[in-house]
Design a binder for this molecule. Structure first.
Ligand SMILES: Nc1ncnc2c1ncn2[C@@H]1O[C@H](COP(=O)(O)OP(=O)(O)OP(=O)(O)O)[C@@H](O)[C@H]1O
Length: 385
C-alpha cells in the first residue's frame, strides 16, 4: 500500500530583489525573483517504510516536508497522502501558544480525528515520554525550544497517526532524548507505521531508515538503500574541512583528512588503521595538540586519537599520520571532530567534519573488540565413572 505519492512536484518561491532588478517598480518596491526550491520531484513511500531525506543546507528538505504536511502547496505537481498524518516540522509549529501543553495534546489529537477518551488514554504515555513534569499545565509559549520538541515528538509519536513526518527533531533534544526518539521510531516501524525523517545525522539515517533520498538543489539525486545514499552524499560533499570563508584565516589550514588501512581493503574492526591529516601552517607552531574524536551515532564520544602536547609544526605544508596497529571499534558509522590547539588556545575546530565507516572485520560482541588470546595450561580434568 502506498501511503505517500509525490508526482512531479515543484515549489517556487519569490524572493525579494533589493538590488537594481529590472522588476523594480518606479524604484519604490523591491522586485520578486522566482526561485525553485524543489524541481520535478517524484517518489512514493510504502506503508511501513522509514524514509530518510538527506542533502546539504538549502537543498529543499524542509520545503518537501512542509508540502507533505500541507503547510504550503506545490506550485506544480501533485501530492497524495493515504492515512492520518502527524508532523513535527518546526519548533512550536502545530501548537497554540496560549493553550497549555495538556490542551495542545487534546487539540492535536482532535485534529487527527481522535475522540476525547482515546486521547485521555494516551495522555500518560505522551507526558511520560516528554518528561513534562509540572509544565503540562503551563501555556506552551513559556516552553523552551527543547520542551517544544520533546512534547511535539511525543504527541506525534503516540497519537494514532499512520504517517510521521519529522524534521531534524533529533538535532534539538539532548543525547538521552535522542536515544529515546530512536527507540520510539523503531517501535513505530515495527508497528507498521510510515516514517519520513529529515536529518543531517547520517549515522541516524543509516540506523533508522529502510530507504533514503538525497536531495540537491531541489532535485532528487539518489533514492535507495540508506548506506549507498549516504555514501553518495559523502562523496558529493566537498570542502567540509576547508576553512569557513566567514572566518579570518587562522595560523593553520587543514587541506585533507583520509582514513585507511594497511592496503588490505576498507577500514574494518581488527585491521590496522591509519589516519592522515594534511595541513598548511602559516607560521612555525609550537606546543600544538591535534585531536581526532570519533563519536557514536548517539553523539557520545567513542574514542579519540591525539598527538601532542609538545608537537612542533614547521611553516608550510605537512602531514600528520596516526597509526593504530589494530582498530578495535565496532562496525558502524562514526562522525569525526577535528581540533587543533596551542597551549589551550583553539587554532582550528571542525566538528562533524568527516564520517568514519568501520566495516565488519573481526566479529565483535559488545561495543569494542579486545585483542586477546586464550590457551589451556593443563589437560582437562576427566571424571571417572
Ligand atoms: N518562504 C520562503 N521564501 C523564499 N525562499 C524560501 C522559503 N522557504 C525556503 N526557501 C528557500 O528554499 C531553499 C530550500 O530551503 P529548505 O529550507 O527547504 O532547505 P533545507 O534542505 O531544509 O535546508 P537546511 O538543511 O538548511 O534546513 C533555500 O534556498 C531557502 O532559502
Amino acid at each position: 500500500m502506498i501511503d505517500v505519492r509525490v508526482s512531479k512536484v515543484s515549489k517556487r518561491f519569490r524572493v525579494p530583489d533589493h538590488g537594481q532588478g529590472r522588476r523594480r517598480l518606479f524604484g519604490l518596491l523591491p522586485g520578486q525573483e522566482p526561485f525553485w526550491a524543489l524541481r520535478d520531484v517524484s517518489f512514493e513511500i510504502r506503508r511501513g517504510e522509514a524514509l530518510g531525506v538527506i542533502g546539504p543546507n538549502g537543498s529543499g528538505k524542509t520545503t518537501l516536508i512542509k508540502l507533505l504536511s500541507g503547510i504550503t502547496a506545490p506550485t506544480e505537481g501533485e501530492i497524495e497522502i493515504n492515512g492520518r498524518l502527524a508532523s513535527l516540522v518546526e519548533v512550536g509549529a502545530g501548537f497554540q501558544p496560549d493553550l497549555t501543553g495538556r490542551e495542545n495534546i487534546f487539540l492535536n489529537g482532535a485534529i487527527l480525528g481522535m475522540n476525547y477518551r482515546e486521547i485521555a488514554r494516551k495522555l500518560p504515555s505522551i507526558v511520560d515520554f516528554a518528561e513534562m513534569g509540572s509544565f503540562l499545565d503551563v501555556p506552551v509559549k513559556r516552553y523552551s525550544s527543547g520542551m517544544f520538541v520533546r512534547l511535539g515528538f511525543s504527541i506525534a509519536a503516540h497519537l494514532d497517526a499512520d504517517i510521521l513526518l519529522l524534521d531534524e527533531v533529533l538535532a534539538v533534544g539532548d543525547v538521552a532524548f535522542q536515544a529515546r526518539c530512536f527507540q520510539r521510531i523503531e517501535e513505530l516501524r515495527q508497528a507498521g507505521k510510515t516514517v519520513l525523517l529529515i536529518s543531517h545525522d547520517l549515522a541516524a539515517i543509516e540506523r533508522i531508515c529502510s530507504r533514503a533520498i538525497l536531495l540537491s538543489r531541489g532535485r532528487i539525486l539518489q533514492d535507495g538503500d540508506p548506506r549507498d545514499v549516504v555514501e553518495a552524499y559523502q562523496a558529493s560533499v566537498q570542502g567540509l574541512l576547508a576553512q569557513d570563508h566567514s572566518e579570518a584565516p587562522g595560523p593553520i589550514t587543514v587541506t585533507g583528512l583520509t582514513f585507511g588501512t594497511d592496503g588490505t581493503g576498507p577500514v574494518a574492526t581488527g585491521k590496522p588503521f591509519r589516519c592522515c591529516l594534511s595541513y598548511e601552517a602559516r607560521e612555525p607552531l609550537e606546543d600544538v595538540v591535534v585531536r581526532l574524536s570519533f563519536n557514536w551515532p548517539s553523539g557520545y564520544l567513542c574514542t579519540e586519537l591525539s598527538a601532542g602536547p609538545g608537537l612542533r609544526l614547521e611553516q608550510g605544508p605537512g602531514q600528520l599520520e596516526f597509526d593504530c596497529p589494530m582498530l578495535t571499534m565496532q562496525r558502524g558509522l562514526y562522525s569525526t571532530d577535528l581540533t587543533i590547539e596551542r597551549r589551550g588556545e583553539v587554532l582550528l575546530s571542525r566538528p562533524r567534519c568527516l564520517m568514519l565507516r568501520v566495516g565488519a572485520g573481526t566479529v565483535v560482541r559488545g561495543d569494542f573488540y579486545l585483542e586477546h588470546s586464550a590457551r589451556i595450561r593443563t589437560p582437562p580434568l576427566t571424571t571417572s565413572a
